[in-house]
Design a protein around this ligand. Sequence first.
Ligand SMILES: [Zn+2]
Ligand SMILES: [Zn+2]
Length: 417
Amino acid sequence: MLFLPALALICLLPLLALCAEDYYTLLGIDKSASERQIKKAYRTLSKKYHPDKNPANDTAHQKFVEIAEAYEVLIDADVRKIYDQHGHEGVKQHQQGGHRPGGGGHDPFDLFSRFFGGGGHFGGGGQGGQRRGPSMEVRIHVPLRNFYTGAAHDFKVEKQAICEKCEGSGSEDGQRDTCAKCNGQGMVIQKHMIAPGLFQQMQMQCDACAGKGSTVKHKCKVCGGSRHVRAEEAFELVVEKGMPDGARVTYEGEADESPDYVAGDLIVHLMQQEPARGGEEEGGRTDGTFFRRKGDHLFWREVLSLREAWMGDWTRNLTHLDGHIVQLSRKRGVVVQPGAVEVVDGEGMPVWRHEDGPEYGNLHVEYTVVLPDQLDQGVEKEFWGVWEKWRKKNKGGVQLDRDSGRPTPKEHGHEEL
Ligand SMILES: [Zn+2]
Ligand SMILES: [Zn+2]
């Protein structure tokens, strides 16, 4: 009977081809992953591959279904054990024996709605009638150098999440009973007698179930029956090079969750952190000098001594936001006026989503000149001598008023030197 193994192999081939991907690989977790990690992986991936976000993409749709399948198997400790020992085939046999993983669903959209509320879909276009929750706005402050170099920034937001323990039912055993008072309508009719024999009917929200139409006998211990909890969720914010201060980044469907509505959007306002004066942080300067940003340009104040401003022959190595050096210098005999601004091309901020034109803005360096408080006696004497000699030779020195084109005053004018 040689043909039997061969036949078996032929039968197996299509099975192998269809063989589903390993559930752990699918969720991007390792074999020792905790329940929490499994949930987190599901949350992230199900949103990424949701058909609403990938219209007309069959691969994504398939992946969305597989992720739900993987989740339902791995989240059930018993089924997970079977999967770990016997793989997909073992789980299949277990399910054919009448067991359902997680006790529920099997509709990937149903599972999705247990995590994110609503009807298993994202809000917005095409989901007519689906109520949408409020948006949330947060401000995230990042240092200027992150705007310059681009960076990934992790942040956490505390928000309302659907209770994972009861999957948003509010019930310890998952059981919700139809409200006896309103028969599940959520509304009751009340009759008021407004005059003898004259009644007025009014429809009011049922107070027994708060309009929900159902009640819970055994309240979930985690959420106390409220169906949601406050939880911290981590997000990653990608700061793109040159993004403007105050840029808005939207995380679709990441605001407060509720079984009653589709979660709104989480809107992040990206703000520039005020530089800390004398801060210990890396790149911080202790003299209170730092880069200031205006759009695509940067501003810097550089301090020169009297000698440097007047006589020249100096060099400054400016450490830029990414650590590269911008050298400023003057040769001997080159004067820098106090308050003079030097524009260094291409050393400003990167231009956000740069396409045409310059890739970087400019750096504006403003010079401040500091005069000495006191002169050494010897130096003072020598300078005085030099000035006196020069004044006598030039008959009172250069007249600023005359040089600037103003009429020469009768009184003694200002001298340049
Ligand atoms: Zn609960
Ligand atoms: Zn009721």
